[in-house]
Design a protein around this ligand. Structure first.
Ligand SMILES: NC(=O)c1ccc[n+]([C@@H]2O[C@H](COP(=O)([O-])OP(=O)(O)OC[C@H]3O[C@@H](n4cnc5c(N)ncnc54)[C@H](O)[C@@H]3O)[C@@H](O)[C@H]2O)c1
Ligand SMILES: O=C(O)C[C@H](O)C(=O)O
Ligand SMILES: [Mg+2]
Length: 605
């Protein structure tokens, strides 16, 4: 036994706060246990567990393995008629057995990623009030601000939460205001935190701030589940967000706060407000900025260009577009040793009024830093006009305008540069500014493409001798990077998420870019290596946090390999751990912070 323990490299990390290698204490028995998705093992409960947890008679006799369960679940999944039905099936499975849910997903990640995440999750969100069966997450009511602290407190004690995703549902993907259905984006992002970065699925908190909705079809839908009134804005909205953030900090002081899919007027404002005080992150601004910078980095490498050569046009200067511009500007400034102001001269933003110049009114502060000062009078400032004038080598779409990158525009761009880097990023799939097959066809396979949602490889006669080749297309979605950044932030218990940590995260992704090793390979790593990418990103983020003096966790290894092992040992894995029965009130805090998984929470008023 002793030697067996020594043989397991994870054992040396058993003492770590988030290590989950030991048996799991559980205070639930009988049908209550079978109905608890975190503890339930279904047909895989062992004979001893069936005896100790009063399950005999509640289960068929055959004791099966997780692998057998995955096989059965996959058959059931495959029998569902379409992706939305598959998504609904997976949601039910998550509510029944989390280990099986995550194991099934990890074993079929490439096939199922787009079903639990973008684009199918967008359909699930649009249909939230019709598909609803069982609540998941926390729904906070703008008319009950005084209850926010209480409602949040029901989720656990101060050791229990590592990661919170919050949305107000105003700008979900590119499908706009989805009201309280936005809770599903919080849930989906958290599922990815577990799948891609091993964040413990029972130590996360999905939240939607229900402030009403301006979506008329929801307001007129008799089945809509949220507040049926126009969005509350202004002072009361700010009071709600303030109360939420302060309560979350007080109740769960270790938790990292991830903002998702807030509207343009709030996303950046809230980030700027809270960033200097707490460990928080806006995925649409910063996550998108980081992953897109990594894609550009790989694209420049393939096209043998440097940051000094970069000419970037961003079409759609909203939350994501400006977030990308910020990240790219900072990278140019650092790489070329120039000021941010000078670096921004290599970037052109286009929105509804056309090119953003300092003559355009009502720009946000963040947009203003990119407003062009040169004289554009007499020149066309629409996308075609700007492409003709600027001759960009990188074109990004974050506009939600499908097919905005027309054949004419793309051919114009390709006539000036050898390898145009074109990233249509608007999700879900139907909103992409162009699709890879067209981009390759219009540029004779020269375009370096990555997309916001997944696309199948494209075949075409683009080999050097015009032989048919298959081009794989990278998914340039913030999902490549936010899990690793969050994992790093959680494990080192970062006080803040600094700019240097974000730059470090980009380097962590670039390390895995297939295009760096093979010019014909995708610009970004795919989901097949997602956990490895998360470890690299987390390592870089932790190292930067330590350097910056914002890491508060003791015992972070200085040695790189040991740091990777330390990270991996604290990543939750979907395996059945032996269950040990404990009375709720005597439960030891076995791995500090796992009390909540015992299945009983202290009462709070
Ligand atoms: N791939 C990713 O990782 C990723 C990350 C974040 C956002 N996105 C996608 O990017 C899109 C935008 O998201 P957002 O959060 O920035 O939304 P947003 O509403 O803040 O930004 C969209 C911008 O596009 C502009 N726009 C609309 N129509 C236009 C037109 N005809 N011409 C020029 N500009 C126009 C809008 O005025 C707005 O400023 C969404 O589809 C979202 O799913 C993708
Ligand atoms: O959710 C995604 O797929 C990426 C991004 O956060 C978005 O809003 O589109
Ligand atoms: Mg988003």
């Amino acid at each position: 036994m002793a030697s067996q323990q020594q043989d397991n490299p994870a054992d040396k990390f058993d003492h770590l706060p988030l290590s989950t290698h030991k048996p799991l204490e559980c205070a639930l028995r009988g049908t209550v246990l079978l109905n608890h998705p975190f503890f339930n093992k279904g047909s895989a409960f062992t004979r001893e567990e069936r005896r100790d947890f009063k399950l005999s008679g509640l289960l068929p006799q055959s004791i099966q393995t997780l692998e057998q369960q995955v096989q059965r679940a996959y058959q059931q999944y495959s029998a569902r008629a379409d992706d939305l039905a598959k998504n609904t099936f997976l949601t039910s499975m998550k509510e029944q057995n989390e280990v099986l849910y995550f194991r099934l997903l990890l074993d079929h990640l490439e096939e199922m990623f787009s079903v639990v995440y973008t684009p199918t999750e967008g359909d699930a969100i649009q249909n939230f009030s019709r598909l609803f069966r069982r609540p998941q997450g926390i729904f906070l009511n703008i008319h009950d601000i005084d209850r926010i602290h209480h409602d949040l407190s029901l989720w656990g004690t101060e050791e229990d939460i590592d990661y919170i995703v919050v949305t107000d549902g105003e700008e979900i993907l590119g499908i706009g205001d989805q009201g309280c259905g936005g809770v599903l984006i919080s849930i989906a992002k958290l599922a990815l935190m577990t799948l891609c970065a091993g964040i413990h699925p029972n130590r996360v908190l999905p939240v939607v701030l229900d402030c009403g909705t301006d979506n008329e079809s929801l307001l007129h839908d008799p089945l809509y589940l949220g507040l049926k009134e126009k969005r509350v804005r202004g002072k009361k909205y700010d009071e709600m967000v303030d109360t939420f953030v302060k309560s979350a900090r007080e109740l769960y002081p270790k938790a990292y706060l991830h903002f998702e899919d807030f509207g343009f007027t709030n996303a950046r404002r809230l980030l700027n407000k809270w960033r200097p005080e707490i460990p928080c992150f806006n995925d649409d601004v910063q996550g998108t900025g980081c992953v897109t910078l990594a894609a550009i980095f790989a694209g420049l490498h393939v096209s043998k260009k440097k940051f000094k050569d970069l000419r970037l046009v961003v079409f759609g200067a909203g939350t994501a577009g400006v977030g990308i511009a910020d990240q790219v500007r900072d990278a140019i400034a650092t790489d070329c040793g120039i000021s941010k102001e000078d670096a921004s001269k290599q970037i052109w933003l286009i929105d509804k009024p056309g090119l953003l110049t300092n003559k355009v009114e009502n720009l946000s502060d963040a947009q203003k830093t990119f407003a062009r000062s040169e004289d554009w009078s007499g020149k066309k400032t629409d996308l075609m006009g700007v492409v003709k004038e600027v001759k960009p080598n990188v074109l990004i779409g974050t506009s939600t305008v499908p097919s905005a990158f027309t054949e004419e525009i793309v051919r114009e761009m390709a006539s000036h540069v050898d390898r145009p880097i074109i990233l249509p990023l608007s999700n879900p799939t139907k909103l992409h500014e162009a699709v890879p097959a067209d981009l390759f066809a219009w540029t004779n396979g020269k375009a370096l493409v990555a997309t916001g949602s997944p696309f199948k490889p494209v075949k075409g006669p683009w080999g050097s001798d015009e032989k048919e080749v298959e081009m794989k297309v990278a998914e340039c979605n913030n999902s490549v990077v936010f899990p690793g950044i969050g994992l790093g932030g959680v494990l080192c218990r970062a006080r803040l998420v600094t700019d240097k940590m974000l730059v470090a995260a980009v380097n962590g992704v670039v390390e895995h870019s297939p295009a760096l090793r093979d010019d014909t390979a995708p610009l970004l790593p795919g989901v097949d290596v997602v956990r490895e990418v998360s470890v690299s990103v987390a390592r870089k983020v932790i190292q930067a946090a330590v350097e910056e003096g914002v890491a508060t966790q003791d015992g972070i290894p200085g040695d790189e390999q040991e740091l990777d092992e330390w990270i991996a040992a604290q990543m939750w894995e979907p395996v059945y751990r032996p269950l040990k029965y404990v009375e709720a009130h005597t439960a030891s805090r076995q791995a500090k912070g796992e009390l909540r998984v015992v299945g009983s929470l202290p009462e709070r008023d």
